[in-house]
Design a protein around this ligand. Structure first.
Ligand code: PEP
Ligand code: MN
Length: 363
């Protein structure tokens, strides 16, 4: 993908209310955050899960965004979901647009948007699709890129999950990391507002994003969050936004200091050695798994015994607990190891059975 850089200084901040509610509201917020944010965001067409929710002020909000632009010199951005929205945004000279999570999931919509942007060189932010499917996220970026849109930014806003214990949308940090591996030069911005659903968690998630070397943040900001017409629990005030942004610790990703580099290298060597040991241990374990398979085959014992599996899980988790490790992580690792153990044993038994049959037939 050919990506044109638009971010000069990190963290790139996009802030503003979830929804444009009135001319006064957007102007007031924009004036209060104009020195903190690079871009002013506000949704005018709001894709809501249920039709009874506030669905945005529509087209008339574009005029209010124009005023924000004129009076604060901020760049303004809003969400689009179809060709008509784009036409209206271009007429109103909106500087940047974003594609929401509910639109990224649909290649038809994304294609329509890409085609209606042909020949227009405005920056487009692409939110991750609602469900954790990297292909759709990359696919949307590719569709836009193919239509000649090079100023692309990916926005990580978390993923729908049935377990809503901590987050409104599960961050699944491995997904934006994978995106970075596959499309290396695309800037990625974190949206802690939609990830958390909670204004008290914005600072912490923003810091995690910085530690993972994200390029910026999109933070929903409202003058009176408790009265907001959408997403009221997750919006912060301009004052809180200021505090969150100025308290961010920006750690370095590329280390130029030689001494630091040497020390880091020592840690990494230790890790490399431990990883080598783990691979060796797993290979030794695999040899035993193979021996077990032949043994079970000879003695006509089934591959899988539920009780044995429960016992493995119980004891490994107990060991993890004793060592102060995350039990869930250990459980996941052993589930994977066990899965491959079953695959290896099944393959051996299958081959042994085939041999037996062949021998029978040739007699
Ligand atoms: C928004 O940014 O207000 C929004 C609707 O976000 P998402 O598409 O991430 O749900
Ligand atoms: Mn919102």
């Amino acid at each position: 993908m050919r990506i044109e850089k638009i971010i000069k200084n990190k963290p790139y901040i996009i802030a503003g209310p979830c929804s444009c509610e009135s001319e006064d509201q957007v102007l007031q917020i924009a004036k209060e955050i104009k020195n903190i944010t690079d871009v002013f965001r506000a949704g005018i067409w709001k894709p809501r899960t249920k039709p009874s929710s506030f669905e945005g002020v529509g087209e008339r909000g574009l005029k209010w965004l124009q005023r924000v632009k004129k009076e604060t010199s901020l760049k303004v951005a809003t969400e689009v979901a179809n060709a008509k929205h784009i036409e209206k945004c271009l007429e109103a000279e909106i500087d940047m647009i974003w594609i929401g999570a509910r639109t990224t999931v649909n290649p038809f919509y994304v294609q329509e948007i890409a085609e209606s942007l042909k020949g227009v060189n405005i920056p487009v932010f692409v939110k991750n699709p609602i469900h954790p499917e990297l292909g759709l996220w990359i696919g949307a970026l590719e569709r836009l890129n193919k239509a000649g849109i090079h100023k692309l930014i990916a926005i990580h806003r978390g993923f729908f999950s049935y377990e809503k214990a901590t987050f409104r949308n599960d961050p699944k940090w491995e997904m934006p990391i994978k995106l970075r591996e596959e499309v290396s030069d695309i800037p990625i911005i974190c949206d802690p507002s939609h990830i958390s659903g909670d204004s008290n968690m914005i600072a912490e998630i923003s810091q995690t994003a910085m530690d993972l070397n994200f390029d910026g943040l999109m933070i929903e900001t409202h003058n009176l969050p408790k009265n907001a017409l959408s997403d009221k629990n997750q919006q912060v005030t301009p004052k809180a936004l200021n505090k969150i942004v100025s308290n961010l610790l920006l750690r370095i990703a590329v280390i130029e200091d030689k001494i630091l580099n040497v020390e880091l290298k020592k840690f990494r060597t230790d890790i490399d050695n431990l990883d080598k040991m783990m691979v060796k241990l797993l290979s030794r374990r695999k040899e035993i798994v193979e021996e077990i398979a032949y043994f079970k085959n000879k003695n006509q014992i089934s591959i899988f015994q539920l009780e044995r599996w429960f016992e493995i899980l119980r004891s490994r988790r107990r060991d993890a607990f004793d060592l102060g490790m995350n039990e869930k992580m250990i459980k996941e690792i052993f589930t994977l190891i066990h899965k491959y153990s079953i695959i290896i044993q099944t393959e051996i038994m299958k081959n042994a059975n085939e041999k037996k049959l062949e021998n029978k037939e040739s007699k």
